[in-house]
Design a protein around this ligand. Sequence first.
Ligand code: AMP
Length: 167
Amino acid sequence: MFYQFILIDKNVKGDLWMSTTREYKKLEEITVEDLMIPSEKVAHVMLNNPLEHALLVLTRSGYFAVPVLDPENKLVGTISKTVILDQILGIEGYEVEKLSHLLVSDVMEKDVPSITKTASFIDGLKSVIDEPFVSVVDEEGYFEGILTRRAILKQVKREYYQNQYRG
Ligand code: AMP
């Protein structure tokens, strides 16, 4: 019986950090929880933050988009640089003052997909085909982290090389 070796490593903007957890699992035993970035490592903004703050978080982190949480830490959407820049673009150019007048809740994307941490590897893979990341929530909608396309692709790469060594 072949086992997939998972060295759970999470690449946060190029800074490789490794969890202390090392376990052998078959690919079909891997769940979203094994690959996700936990909430405490995820940059996010709150529903009632001004756009100015959201743009600062996105610019400083270098991320294209981040999750939006409500005061209870439930997932309510995502916000991206593109949406913010589009909102403040007026006829004669960017109207920067709008950044302090508008709130994240005014412009965020509300219809966002999510997944649970018990979901299988293949369901995780399907969820990031059309998205660079998907939020991980519990049954009540509380935010638990994100699953990125990068994490899925890295696992596919490991599986590919594992199969080569076996062959
Ligand atoms: P990656 O696959 O690492 O390039 O990440 C894809 C997208 O997921 C990024 O552009 C961000 O929108 C989001 N993302 C990745 N890591 C984080 C993080 N630590 N905090 C917030 N968003 C993240």
